[in-house]
Design a protein around this ligand. Structure first.
Ligand SMILES: NC(=O)c1ccc[n+]([C@@H]2O[C@H](COP(=O)([O-])OP(=O)(O)OC[C@H]3O[C@@H](n4cnc5c(N)ncnc54)[C@H](OP(=O)(O)O)[C@@H]3O)[C@@H](O)[C@H]2O)c1
Length: 234
């Protein structure tokens, strides 16, 4: 029986490249996102697309029931809100980004790890960000992603003895729709801060996610793979 992988935000950007990697192998893929316009694999028999808004954290238990047991969870969906400053950040906007970028992925870990524990196997990969490491001008994005990096460590410790690994990636700017929210000056500053003067290709990030979810040894657990082209060597 083929393994089952859930990719949140699998319809485009980094998530789409992750989906394409799993398509190369015999995986059953479930994607969760709000909008599949332009998704190139709508009719692929190995892919089930679910329309769901991850800001609805209370609905995640029903979503998990609909999905059923999975072997691999890729918590990739997320967004940022660069238009708000730390001292002018509407309460609703803050709550929304915390729901999508932190509370939903953590809740999905809680929900799907139950089945993984029963089967003694699971792989969980979270898409965090350099924003969670360096102090980011989009404060609540940075706070959410820092939370996700720490959740990765916490759940690696909680679940590691059950055959489940939990790791994450922390990319710097990647060439996806998310960059549409950044102004040109900020994008130029990001490029100037890396050694190749370009954004990451989504495939470069997806490759690390795919490895953490598949061939990565069990002993690698609780880590963050930095994908930042010397923006933040450590
Ligand atoms: N691009 C970068 O520079 C960069 C750098 C570091 C980390 N990241 C992280 O990488 C991940 C993927 O982003 P990306 O760069 O590939 O950008 P993207 O192309 O804009 O993709 C974002 C994904 O998240 C989904 N999503 C956003 N809000 C959602 C919601 N409320 N409910 C369900 N799905 C939602 C989107 O689908 P729908 O809009 O259709 O719902 C889309 O699939 C994010 O977690 C992001 O924070 C990106």
């Amino acid at each position: 029986m083929s393994k089952r992988v859930l990719v949140t935000g699998g319809n485009k950007g980094i998530g789409l490249k992750v989906v394409e990697r799993f398509l190369e192998l015999d995986y059953e893929i479930i994607t969760v996102a709000r909008n599949y316009d332009g998704f190139p694999y709508k009719d692929n028999k190995n892919i089930t697309t679910i329309e769901y808004d991850l800001s609805d954290v209370d609905g995640l238990a029903s979503l998990a029931k609909e999905v059923g047991d999975i072997d691999i969870l890729i918590n990739n969906a997320g967004y940022m809100q660069p238009k708000y400053t730390y001292n002018n950040y509407p309460k609703e906007a803050k709550e929304h980004i915390m729901n999508v970028d932190l509370y939903a992925p953590v809740e999905l870990i809680n929900l799907f790890s139950e089945g993984m524990k029963k089967r003694g196997f699971g792989r969980i990969v979270n898409t965090a960000s350099i924003a969670g490491q360096i102090g980011h001008p989009d404060v609540w994005y940075g706070i959410a992603k820092a939370g996700l990096i720490n959740a990765t460590k916490i759940y690696a410790k909680l679940l590691g003895s059950e055959g489940i690994t939990v790791n994450c990636v922390a990319p710097s700017a990647a060439e996806t729709d998310m960059q549409k929210d950044n102004d040109e000056a900020r994008k130029a500053a990001f490029k100037a801060a890396v050694v190749t003067n370009r954004f990451a290709e989504p495939k470069e990030v997806a490759e690390a996610i795919f490895w953490l979810a598949t061939d990565c040894p069990e002993y690698i657990n609780g880590i963050t793979i930095d994908i930042n082209n010397c923006f933040y060597p450590r």
